[in-house]
Design a protein around this ligand. Structure first.
Ligand code: HEC
Ligand code: HEC
Length: 220
């Protein structure tokens, strides 16, 4: 409501700017609401762990701060509907994945999600915005379970470890999670730091955390 009021006053003051791409700059709430990145530890900080298996697990657990962040989980739900916001609540409206995750024919994701974030309307965006397939559902799974699953070419889109790590460190849709717009909390660290942790994880044997050791992010 406060955002709406301020946006309204900006609209009245500078009508030519309010709906343009400069609207963010004119809206004082847009910058004040930006949340800072939580830090990620660097691979070198795990050097004291002598056992390579333990070291790989610790590295993956650090990378898990990104993997289990709302920015990734919201698009990797356990159902046919995405979740949204930092609270990972059911997407409103309750859209369906449809064919290939692009949404139902009458309401594809692109109806609302465009090529870039549109902060005045609080809608995130990126070219190719669509839902991760059912086999890549992460919501409600422990980090150990997600780890086993993303290593499995039968469920991860036929990727080996190299292409899996490349996808996470370079894919631009994954990269959206670090510039999510509006007041969403960005994924921790940077995509590059995330990639470095995963490369080190592979280098030390890509061992997964034990499946029973911790709980999954509950919702979705
Ligand atoms: C009718 C408009 C509309 C359609 C269609 C739509 N979305 Fe959304 N979506 C939104 C809005 C608005 C938000 C922002 C909600 C908020 O943060 O308050 C959102 C947020 C999201 C988020 C949350 C991002 C985050 O991390 O907070 C995801 C994920 C998402 N949508 C996926 C999809 C997918 C996938 C589709 C197609 C299957 C889709 N949406 C279709 C309007 C829509
Ligand atoms: C807008 C939705 C969306 C967001 C946000 C998103 N993903 Fe995905 N993700 C997808 C889709 C769609 C696929 C399937 C496409 C493919 O396989 O190339 C996918 C596939 C993947 C895969 C392939 C392997 C597997 O088993 O899942 C990985 C790894 C992955 N995403 C990581 C991430 C990470 C890490 C984040 C957050 C930093 C993230 N994704 C955020 C939609 C999303």
């Amino acid at each position: 409501m406060r955002r709406a009021m301020l946006l309204l006053s900006v609209t009245l003051a500078v009508p030519s700017l309010a709906m343009s791409r400069y609207a963010d700059a004119a809206d004082p709430t847009a910058t004040s609401a930006i949340k800072s990145h939580l830090p990620l530890r660097a691979p070198a900080e795990f050097a004291a762990i002598a056992d390579p298996r333990d070291r790989a697990i610790a590295l993956f657990e650090e990378a898990g701060k990104v993997i289990q962040s709302p920015r990734c989980i919201n698009c990797h739900p356990a159902s046919d509907t995405p979740t949204q916001t930092d609270a990972m609540r059911t997407h409103r409206p309750q859209v369906q994945r449809g064919v290939a995750g692009m949404g139902a024919p009458g309401m594809p994701c692109q109806t609302c999600h465009h090529d870039t974030n549109f902060d005045p309307a609080h809608v995130p965006g990126h070219a190719g915005w669509h839902l991760a397939p059912r086999s890549m559902a992460w919501a409600g799974r422990s980090l150990g379970e997600i780890c086993v699953q993303i290593k499995d070419p039968a469920r991860n889109g036929g990727r080996d470890l190299t292409t899996l790590v490349r996808h996470m460190s370079e894919d631009e849709l994954v990269g959206w999670a670090w510039s999510p717009g509006a007041d969403r909390t960005p994924a921790p660290g940077t995509q590059q730091q995330f990639g470095e942790l995963l490369k080190a994880w592979v280098q030390f044997g890509a061992t997964c955390p034990p499946v029973s050791s911790e709980k999954g992010v509950p919702r979705g």
